[in-house]
Design a protein around this ligand. Structure first.
Ligand code: HEM
Length: 137
């Protein structure tokens, strides 16, 4: 990710912040519409889970200038996801639902350059998580 992309992700995250609860709800609705079989992997309460997801995204956005510092944490997160039953191919569906959610909540602020920046950001996070899961195997 270049510095312009990092700035775009940071700025759009700030815009999303007041609406994170609504974003989380939209996100899971969309995710389970896209792949209903994923629903059964989520055993806990979804409202709480949405908060954990958004907190983790916020942490990663906060560390955008030093993502290497959070790589070990992302490896661990990926290993836990393996244990939840999450497989590498699920990360694509998750990305589609996340992008759709950002588009919905941010509207015109989610223009193509912002979308590309989020694509690069998600790619970095998911790569680290999948790497962590694969190393554990
Ligand atoms: C960038 C990608 C992702 C991030 C940042 C993320 C973040 C999180 C966080 C913070 C938790 C809380 C539990 C923990 O820390 O271990 C969690 C749980 C979980 N995530 Fe993810 N996740 C991502 C991708 C995915 C994908 C691709 C799936 C596949 C459907 C998924 C399914 C789950 C499930 C099933 C749980 C456990 C929920 C429960 O116990 O009810 N996540 N995730």
């Amino acid at each position: 990710m270049d510095s312009r992309q990092k700035d775009l992700v940071k700025d759009s995250w700030e815009k999303l912040r007041p609406d994170v609860d609504r974003a989380a709800e939209l996100f899971y609705t969309r995710l389970f519409e896209e792949n209903p079989t994923l629903r059964e992997l989520f055993r806990g309460e979804l409202g709480e889970q949405g908060k954990r997801l958004m907190t983790m995204l916020g942490t990663a956005v906060g560390k955008l200038d030093q993502l290497e510092a959070v790589t070990p944490m992302l490896h661990e997160l990926g290993r836990r996801h393996e244990a939840y039953g999450v497989r590498a191919e699920h990360y694509e569906t998750f990305q589609d639902a996340l992008m759709w959610t950002l588009q919905n909540v941010l509207g015109a602020d989610f223009y193509p350059e912002v979308e590309d920046a989020w694509g690069a950001f998600y790619e970095t996070l998911s790569r680290a998580m999948i790497d962590g899961a694969e190393k554990a195997a």
